[in-house]
Write a protein that binds this ligand. Structure first.
Ligand code: ATP
Ligand code: MG
Length: 338
């Protein structure tokens, strides 16, 4: 089983990223051959500062290691170090429908908040994302719920490529998404109708993985709930449902168990206190390990360089097949197509 996922080195990673994606990355190391990519080329599709991007890249590398990624058990690398991603993006653009890209939710949401420029990169983003995954013939992609649409596009791109160029063979593997059952969409604590997010979102409603315990407690204590008092998940109780899910994941239990345990609680104070305590307990070791790792950028670079070398060996194989199928570049002498 080959697993691939990408994560953007933008801003500071939040509880949604941690629960929806990073926790799955860590367990993925046990389930298969896992590749995790820090997608700096995706981060340049919106306004950004080059020096800040470099810093954020090291921040995220250290954070992923602190969360439990082990370079001996997974391939952790930087997207821009493996040129096959951008080449495959271009090749796949030939089998990607433009209208579909224009209708993507993320493009529509992110383009309206760009003040100076809506870049072509923001539109093409899902093609590069498809290339990221398809270059490794990954079977499984752990992501949060917000990425469902992009995964569907990538599956269609792979199918269309195979139909057009594969001559009956599955040259590109059609990947499955792996979206967690609980915590797939952690909501902003101040506006529980919107996902917790790096780019949109409110500071008070966003718990950062590296927030100190005081900040985490304050944000959770001030979370927007509803005027009732019942601790149960319901569509008209998005704030309470969100806190129940967060508490369940942080404790490694089920939402129903949380509801049962807090059935007699009066008001939401108890739920918030329990959630704050559990989140602090979950994130404190990560914050501490991050502090130990972040300072040594040389060591972080060495891990990324080794990861890129291993990743490139896999991607280069796929690209050689793709070029051959498409009739571009010099033909391969041997064709070890699986
Ligand atoms: P942006 O808002 O700029 O897109 P982001 O917060 O979505 O940033 P990404 O790097 O795009 O961060 O996403 C990394 C991973 O985290 C993806 O797999 C995404 O599905 C997941 N994720 C993002 N937000 C949430 C959330 N609120 N709940 C659960 N998973 C999330
Ligand atoms: Mg995102």
């Amino acid at each position: 089983m080959r697993i691939f996922s990408g994560i953007q080195p933008t801003g500071s990673k939040h509880l949604g990223n941690y629960i929806g994606a990073i926790m799955q990355y860590v367990t993925g190391q046990e389930r298969g051959e896992a590749l995790y990519c820090i997608v700096d080329l995706h981060a340049i599709t919106v306004a950004y500062e080059p020096a800040e991007l470099r810093r954020s890249l090291y921040d995220l590398t250290a954070l992923l290691l602190a969360a439990g990624l082990d370079p001996e058990r997974c391939i952790l690398f930087r997207q821009s170090d493996v040129h096959e991603h951008t080449e495959l993006c271009w090749l796949l653009s030939g089998v990607t429908e433009l209208g579909r890209l224009q209708r993507m939710h993320q493009f529509r949401d992110k383009s309206v908040v760009q003040r100076e420029l809506v870049s072509a990169g923001l539109l093409i983003y899902p093609v590069l994302q498809a290339a990221d995954v398809l270059a490794y013939r990954a079977q499984e992609v752990p992501v949060g719920e917000d990425q469902r649409e992009h995964l569907e596009l990538m599956r269609d791109v792979a199918r269309r490529f195979n139909a057009r160029f594969g001559g009956g063979r599955e040259v590109l593997v059609v990947p499955e998404h792996r979206i967690p059952e609980v915590g797939a969409r952690i909501m902003d604590l101040q506006d529980p109708t919107r996902k917790m997010s790096t780019t949109g979102g409110s500071e008070e409603g966003t718990v950062h993985v590296l927030d100190d315990p005081g900040a985490i407690e304050k944000k959770i204590r001030r979370a927007v709930t509803d005027s009732g008092a019942e601790i149960r998940r319901a569509p008209d109780k998005p704030g309470v449902s969100n806190l129940i899910e967060i508490l369940a994941v942080a404790r490694d239990s089920a939402p129903a168990a949380v509801e049962a345990e807090l059935a007699d609680a009066r008001g939401y104070g108890e739920l918030k206190a329990a959630a704050a305590q559990a989140v602090v307990a979950m994130l404190t070791p990560v914050r501490e390990r991050y502090g130990e790792l972040r300072g040594d950028e040389g060591a972080l670079e060495a891990i990324l360089a080794r990861g890129a070398q291993r990743a490139r060996a896999l991607a280069a194989e796929t690209l050689a097949d793709v070029r051959d199928c498409m009739g571009v570049a010099a033909p391969r002498r041997v064709q070890p197509l699986r």
